[in-house]
Ligand binder design. Structure first.
Ligand code: ZN
Length: 298
């Protein structure tokens, strides 16, 4: 059994130039709940001047449906955490530590060490509010500015983060440069460093290695996988970053491989077609472009 986290409403949309209406963001969240998602990133509470697509984070939270699913807000600092917690609808904060100084400066105006300290501050605020918190190590497999990332640094960061009272630690391939062999080695090492906390993985399919990396990560012990409906996604501060692995492609692969996700593939494909209509273009995910297989899966 693998736990799936839908990040479409946040990572999927944040890089879109055209503003997606709050009502459509809420419809996307409702559809994700309908296709079986139990954890979902609903918004990020960041500087709206820098990420205009997330400027309606409070309005999205105010419109969230009643659900027993876990609603996650991504935050980068104490100010974001306070905004997210003030909404009263967020169950979990997702914090971000960055593996390199160059990307940490571009993404959140601090060093790599500063980003780990910020996770500690966010974790404290979440716990005081009775909420859970997790953290993602961004650029864990490669940096858009400084290139190769030393795995030993990522492992040390994961170890440091695990001491902050988090629910899990995620490894993110922000710019889609990871390969399955590297993923397997790093997930194995990070899992050992943070045991018994779970490892979550977050892959972008920029160069076509996304699903192979998901498979390698699961084989190495990762138990939580992120995806974005339709394979939308990108990062405004990482040049060339493209879409996340598509939720429905992950669901198809894992279902065929006999791994439980609790996701309803036909409902995901219907949601993909709805989202393509909202975005006005075909989305990168592949499972929704192909005929159902087997025939009974309609
Ligand atoms: Zn991402």
């Amino acid at each position: 059994m693998i736990e799936f986290v839908e990040v479409g409403p946040r990572d999927g949309l944040q890089n879109e130039q055209q503003f997606v209406a709050t009502a459509d963001k809420l419809r996307l969240i409702e559809q994700a709940l309908h296709y079986g998602v139990r954890r979902i990133e609903v918004a990020s509470f960041v500087n709206p001047g820098k990420v205009p697509q997330m400027a309606d984070a409070e309005a999205v939270c105010a419109g969230l449906p009643e659900s027993s699913a876990t609603f996650i807000a991504l935050v980068l600092n104490a100010r974001g955490a306070e905004r997210a917690l003030a909404c009263g609808r967020i169950d979990q904060l997702g914090a971000v530590a960055v593996a390199t100084d160059a990307f940490a400066m571009a993404n959140q105006g601090q060093t790599s060490a500063g980003s780990v300290a910020a996770v500690g501050e966010i974790a404290g605020l979440a716990r005081s509010a009775g909420k859970t918190v997790q953290a993602t190590i961004a650029a864990a497999f490669g940096c858009p500015f400084s290139g190769e990332v030393d795995p030993a640094h990522v492992i040390a960061m994961a170890h440091e983060l695990a001491a902050l009272g988090l629910k899990e630690v995620a490894l993110a391939d922000t710019i889609g440069v990871a390969d399955p062999a590297r993923v397997s080695r790093l997930v194995t090492a990070v899992q050992a460093a943070i045991w018994p906390l779970p490892v979550r993985v977050h892959f972008h399919n920029t160069r076509g290695t996304g699903l192979a990396n998901v498979w390698a990560a699961i084989g190495a012990g990762a138990s939580v996988v992120d995806g974005s409906l339709g394979g939308l996604g990108g990062c405004p501060f990482a040049p060339g970053a493209a879409g996340n692995v598509a939720s429905e492609d992950v669901a198809f692969m894992l279902d065929r491989a006999g791994i439980e996700t609790g996701l309803d593939l036909p409902a995901m494909i219907a949601a993909n077609h709805w989202l393509a209509g909202v975005m006005g273009r075909k989305l990168p995910g592949m499972a929704a472009q192909a005929p159902p297989f087997p025939k009974s899966a309609q």
